[in-house]
Design a protein around this ligand. Sequence first.
Ligand SMILES: [Zn+2]
Length: 622
Amino acid sequence: MGEFAKTLLECAAGRWTPRTRMEVWEWAEGHVVLSPRLSRFPGPLSLTHTPYMRGEWSPLWAYRRYQHIDNIWAAQTGKTMMLAITVLYDTEVDPGPGMIVYPDKVTAQRRSRRYLMPIIESSIPQLIPDASECFQILEYNLVPCSWVLAWAGSPSVLAGEPVKHLKLDEEAKFQGHTEAEADPKRLAMRRLISFGEFANAFSCTTPSLAHHPGWRDWKGSTQCQYQVQCPRCGTWQTMYFSREDRRWFEPESGDAWEGGIRWDRDPALTLEQRIASAYYLCENQACAMHWSSALRDELVAKGRWVARNPKAGKYASHLASWNAKWVKFSEVIERWLASYKDENARHDFLNSDCAVPYEVMGKQADSNELRKHILKGYHCNTIHEDVAAVVLTADIHDDHIRYRVRGWAPDLTSWGIEEGQMPPYFAALDNLLGSRTYRGPDGAPVPIHYAIVDSGFRTDEVYQLCLRWAGRVWPCRGVSYLRELVQYSRQYVQSDPQRGCPLGGAMVLINANDARWKDLLFARWEVQPGASGAWYVEEEASKEYFEQLTGETKVEEKTPSGHPKFVWRQTHDNHALDCEKMQMIATMAFQIAALRPPRAKQVQGPQRDNVNPWTGRDIGQS
Ligand SMILES: [Zn+2]
C-alpha cells in the first residue's frame, strides 16, 4: 500500500490526534511563539495587535468550518503570520501532507528562510526531527507530517503528490499563461481531490486585476468584511477609503454615502499639513464624527466580522490596510495623494491599501463587438476568391507560439484563415511555411505567401527562421520612440554554428511603432462588414482568440510636465492582438495594396467571360 493510501486510511479511521475544541485563534495564542527575529513583540503570540484575526466569521474561525478559504487582504495586515498560524495548527492538531505555493521560487525561499522556518523552530521545536536533512528550505519533514514549498509553475505543483492542506500565498501574482492552460491555482487545487472532505485550501493575497485569482473568487463566497462601531452614534460600519473602493462592495447605493478617510482641503494648508489632518468620517451623516488613528485602534479592537452571504459554500474575507494598528490614516492619504498623477502608484494604492482590484479605464475592444466581424458561412482554411496574398504572423514566447493566418485583398479587405497556438518549436513554423496549404476558390491548394515574426524575444532563433525563408519571412520588433509607422533597417547575422546559428546573411528588419499600429487595427474594426477594407473572422475562431484581442486598453496619462499622452496597457494575455497588429504591418511591408487582384476584377463593368479584361470591351460572340 502506498504511503498516501495509508495516510488516507489512518485519517478516515480517526487515528490522528482529535481536532482540538479550541478555535484556531485560541489555539494560536497558547501555542505560537514569536522569536525576536520575527517580531517586535517576541514571546508567546498575542493577537491584540491584529484583533481582526479573532472572532466569529474571522478567517481563523472559518478555518475549522470551510474547505475553501480566500482572504483578500491589504499589505501590512499580518496575512503572512495568519498563514503561518494555520501551518502550525495543521502540523500539531490536524496533520497531513501539505503544500505551500508562492508566486515564484525566490519568494518561496525567502519566506521559508525568514518566516516559516523561524516560527516553526520557536513554536513547535519538539516536532522537528533531529536529522537536519529533514528540515530544509523547500521541504519540511516534521514528525507528524511534511510540507512542500512550491511556486506557480514548479514541478511539485504540476505533478505532485496528493496534499491535505494547501496554502496559497499571494495567489493574485500566479500568472496563468493562457486561458486554455489550467492556471496554477486550479492545478494546485487538484492535489486536494484524493483527501476529499479532509482537505482544505487557505489563501491570502492582495488582489491585482479583477479576473486574476483572488478577487475572482470573491463573488459567490461568504463575503466577510470587518466592521467597527462608531462611539458617538453606535452605527456599525466597514471602513472604506472612499467611493473609489466602496463601489466594489456596494455597487448600487454609492452616491449617498459620505464616509471615508478624509483630510482638510483648505488651500491655505501645505501638503504636509493636509496629510497630518487625516481622519475617518463616520458614515452616518447625522453623526459625522471624526475618528483619529488612535480612536480607530480602539474601535478595531472591539470590531466584528459580518458575512454578506452566510449561506455561501466558500469562505472569503476582505480587509483594507487601515484596519491595522500600524497604518495611520495620514500615511494612507499620503500614498493616495502621491498616486494622483501616477497610474502605477494608483494601481498599487488600490491593491495594497484598499485591497480591491485595479481597473484600467480607457479604450478597449469589446469582444462582443468583435464577434460582429464573423462572416456567416465563411470557414477556416479556405481562401476567399478576392484574396491576393496569404500572410502568416507569429508571436514567439518561451512556452508557446501564437500565430494567425489572414488572406488580404488589394483593397485591404481581409479574411481570417487560421488562428491558434503551437508548441514553442520553430520546426512547427517551418512546417507551416513549407507544407501548409488552404483550399482556394477553385479547389486548388494555396500556400502561405509571406510571414512576419516578432523578433523581440528569442531573437537569434527568429533570425535563423527568416534566413531559412529568405525574402518570405521578415522579422519585426516594436519600437516605442519611432515617429513613423515603420522604419526598415538592414540586419546582418554572422553565421555561428556553435551558438546554434548555422545560417548567416542579411535581412530586412521591420521596426514598428506598436501603439500607432494598434490604433490602425482599432480603426480597421470600425469598417462595417460588407464595405471595402472590412476585417472578417472565420466562424471557427476560438473564444480565447476574442479574449486576447481585448487584452490591451488605451489609457490617457499625464507626462511629468502635465501634458496628456496615450499609452497602451496590457490587462491580460494579448498575443492574438499582437498577431493581428503584425497583419496590419504586413499590408505595408509587403505592399498588399499594389498586388494584382486574383481575378479580373480590376475591370469596371459587367464581369462576363466575353469581356476583354484589359479593354473592358465586349469581344463579341465567338
Ligand atoms: Zn457616528
